[in-house]
Design a protein around this ligand. Sequence first.
Ligand code: AHG
Ligand code: MN
Ligand code: MN
Length: 325
Amino acid sequence: MRDIFDAIQRSAIRIKDAIDVKDIGYSQLENSSGETQLQLDIQCDLIIQEEFAKVSSIHTIASEEKEKEMVLNENGKYFVAYDPLDGSSLVDVNLSVGSIYGIYEGEFGASHMVASCYVVHGPRVEMVFAENKTKLYLLQNGAFEFVKEIRLGAKGKLMAPGGTQQNWAPYHKKMIDGFFSEGYRLRYSGGMVPDLHQILLKGGGLFSYPGTSDKPEGKLRRLFEVFPFAFIYEKSGGGAIDGKVDLMTLGHSHIHDTAICFFGSDYEIDRVKEVYAKMHEQTKDKFELYLDEMIQKLQACQKRKLIKAVVFVSLTLGALLEMSM
Ligand code: AHG
Ligand code: MN
Ligand code: MN
């Protein structure tokens, strides 16, 4: 694990340099050395791949920028899924971005996660690493220094509501509006790394990315966005759910699968559970009413058919009797 931790730190320092380059993100042209200028996301992916290739305990990697997983060492025991540059569209406007890592043992999957980590590239470079506890590190003169352990409060003040509001379900909108009318303040940059980092460091609140009419299964990817943050929030004393169940109990069928997700402190997570449970109950009630109605219609239909059949049989029998007489 130490080797992976070191490789993440080396990658973070190289990614910082890649972000600092003047024309990254603006061109697809050749750079001064005659090399093709790679898009920043791909460049960061290659940096991490290179650093992980030096770590013999890593079996396989999966990245947001790679269609398929890639085996590095047949004898390694760790499976690492990562988003090399989350929120990369924010680089152009100089907002914070980050890298996210989920470290799994034996195979990919929430139940196999043993550690998780993210790096925030903001005015300063910070790293949060969670194994049994959540720890914050700061990049100082080329090396990461331990700053403190992170714990979430029971209730926060910040709200980061993701997804296009126009496409939210009415009960979700009502819930978010309810938080704002309780005094929560909006803190949403469009980058889950700085948004979740802010909630974590300011004691609590809620980050949500619900299912929307255009994205019913949410937008954020399970293996390298959702599970790593769920792990970090839970290790910090908060919660992470999909509206109903703990995110860490979810499975996945493909490395790029998404999930609806809520991360926060206990108070806000409990509220989400209440609202979503009520909604599920109402949907269930509506569905049951609909089912009852359909059964009645079917029964009525069958009754009509039965009457028709009885009339038909009696008429046929009558006609036959008449013929035989
Ligand atoms: P990425 O840049 O890796 O594709 O991910 C961006 C993600 C995440 O960081 C952020 O929370 C979310 O997209 C924002 O989505 P909306 O603009 O739909 O709210
Ligand atoms: Mn991302
Ligand atoms: Mn990304």
